[in-house]
Design a protein around this ligand. Sequence first.
Ligand code: SF4
Length: 192
Amino acid sequence: MTEFCPIALPEEPTPEQLKNCEDCGLYQHGTRMVWGEGNPEARVLVLLDNPGAREDLEGNPFVCGTRQTFQQAANNAGLQMDDLYITFILKRKPVRGYDKVQTRQICMQHLEQQLQEKKPSLILCLGNVAVQSFFQDPEAEVKSLRGSWHDVQGYPTAVAYHPLAIRRRPNLRSLFVQDLAFVAERYHRLNP
Ligand code: SF4
């Protein structure tokens, strides 16, 4: 059996008319916009808080820790990279303080547009920030919501910890794989 190796998933280009979006002010942080990555036609949409860098300081593509941990666990749970499309609450990575509530609200309009276009069968939200934003509930927490399906904005939605939390606390890894397997089970039932 060949060992799974995380890769830089293909990036979905930002729509032409949004390439220079300045709606929330995060463009001033100097990070570039990442609209989404993976298979744009995938039926499972994975939602993270914001993109990590896809290139190092010299501009060479690399697979950051978040992506490594996520891809490894998804593979262990029986999901192929082609089954997944990954996108973000904020399409740019903030690098200093900003108005979190307002910025998320503004950028979520782009997520709503993506959802209307892609109409995913299942959504997986990773980490409390993505969960609180998407569930529109500042009290929502992965800890109490994981392991069940929730109807959020009309989409069957599951939640799991953020891959960075798994890197910081490796004892959570088995729960993370369990949560991804929970999604894989429904996905494979819908797509036998
Ligand atoms: S984070 Fe979202 S709203 Fe803000 S500038 Fe980027 S695309 Fe526009």
